[in-house]
Design a protein around this ligand. Structure first.
Ligand code: ADP
Ligand code: MG
Length: 390
């Protein structure tokens, strides 16, 4: 789960991590009031969406008067912001953050991410702040410092020194400041079950103080149960509406950009099914795990959500009957075709418990568009052919 910059900055404040003062607003009137409270003389008007690259997309702008705050708020609020991290359709800006303009001497980069290779949280830093870190990694990888921190020992002095020296910070007070900054950031990361925290840019002011000018945070969804304050920060309007709808029915759904809708039970089998579709020359339109307790209603809901995607040309149902029996799924599919208008070919491969009964049920149902797949490869090949109109 991701949160907005203004929320990340609330959490920074809780940990005494310095950030510029700012106020989140949802109207132009509130933006003017916020600017008055902050007092200026320079303000930054920042679009709040769950994506980076807002500056380049025109969603972060500097104002030198309250009138300018007003005109920028009018311009940015309600705009559809397209950045390199959004889809081509962009994201509607519903919230703004009005922030004190900072006195920037140096722009750095600092993040904590989970490194699956070292199986540890990793502190990443660079002197190349304000730029896309992926670009820095590609063109000048030597400018990125990586410091794995074993959670069993936590953040230690040597980690801090490695960071300060790596960033070329020579002033004693500045060294102390950056080390304290990183120490608090690491504690925040661990205590809140974060998956990644990125501060880009982390700026050094004219006074040698380090400020988090931007803040991006993502959290482990499985830990939200024990992080009620983080969970309360969820902004569903920033998430995919179909994925939320699917979750209500216990379905894990992720939209992709291919042509074959997939309905599968179990995440591993769903991944395998998508690979097989690719292997057969097709492209999956989604990941959909109907879970272990699939019934007619969830299968119908699955069809409905898959078919909302206009790119879908065929649906491949690949279900292995373990706990859930194939005959129940077969009946579920028949029921589902009555509840939802399924207007594309449906390829069904059912195997496992009561597979022969299921085959009989499907054969007798006489559903047009329904094609039986004999095994995974056969089903995937038939789905690919059907999507191509063969
Ligand atoms: P994004 O990464 O989405 O583009 P940022 O918050 O990093 O958004 O803002 C983009 C740029 O705008 C920053 O790199 C910085 O140069 C400038 N900026 C952002 N906030 C401030 C601020 N409070 N004061 C001065 N400049 C700012
Ligand atoms: Mg940024």
């Amino acid at each position: 789960m991701n949160i907005h910059e203004y929320q990340a900055k609330q959490i920074f404040a809780k940990y005494n991590i310095p950030t510029p003062k700012g106020i989140m607003v949802e109207s132009v009137k509130a933006a003017i009031e916020a600017a008055e409270v902050l007092g200026g003389p320079i303000w930054v008007v920042k679009a709040q969406i769950h994506a980076g690259g807002r500056g380049l997309g025109g969603g972060v702008k500097l104002a030198k008067s309250i009138d300018e705050v007003e005109s920028l708020a009018t311009e940015i609020l309600g705009m559809t912001l397209v950045t390199h991290q959004t889809t081509a359709e962009g994201k509607l800006v519903q919230k703004l953050y009005i922030e004190d303009g900072a006195d920037i001497k140096d722009e750095l980069y600092l993040s904590v991410v989970l490194d699956r290779k070292s199986e540890m949280p990793l502190i990443m830093a660079s002197t190349e702040g304000g730029m896309d870190i992926e670009t820095v990694a590609e063109n000048t990888p030597e400018k990125i410092i990586t410091i794995p921190v074993d959670p069993a020992i936590g953040f230690q002095g040597f980690h801090g020194r490695q960071l300060a020296f790596g960033l070329g910070i020579t002033d004693k007070i500045e060294q102390k400041n950056i080390i304290k900054f990183a120490e608090k950031l690491f504690r925040l990361y661990m205590e809140n079950d974060a998956e990644m925290i990125e501060i880009n840019p982390l700026v050094k002011t004219g006074k040698g103080v380090f400020l988090a000018l931007d803040g991006k945070m993502g959290f482990d969804n499985s830990a939200l149960g024990r992080q009620p304050e983080i969970a309360a920060m969820r902004d569903l309007t920033e998430e995919d509406a179909d994925e939320i709808e699917a979750a209500k029915y216990g379905l894990s759904y992720v939209a992709l950009d291919g042509e074959i809708g997939c309905m599968v039970n179990g995440a591993g089998l769903a991944m395998g099914t998508m690979d097989t579709i690719n292997y057969m020359g097709g492209t999956p339109a989604n990941f959909l795990d109907v879970g272990g307790s699939a019934n007619a209603e969830t299968v119908a809901k699955g069809f409905e959500i898959i078919l909302k995607n206009p790119r879908v040309k065929a649906i491949f149902v690949n279900i292995f009957g373990g706990i859930v029996r194939c005959d129940r799924i077969a009946n579920g599919i028949i029921e589902a075709t009555k509840l939802t208008d399924v207007n594309v070919p449906v390829i069904v491969r059912l195997d496992g418990t009561n597979a022969p009964e299921a085959a009989e049920i499907l054969k007798n149902a006489n559903i047009p568009n329904l094609i039986v797949g004999n095994d995974l490869g056969d089903g995937a090949a038939k789905a690919v052919a059907a999507a191509k109109g063969e």
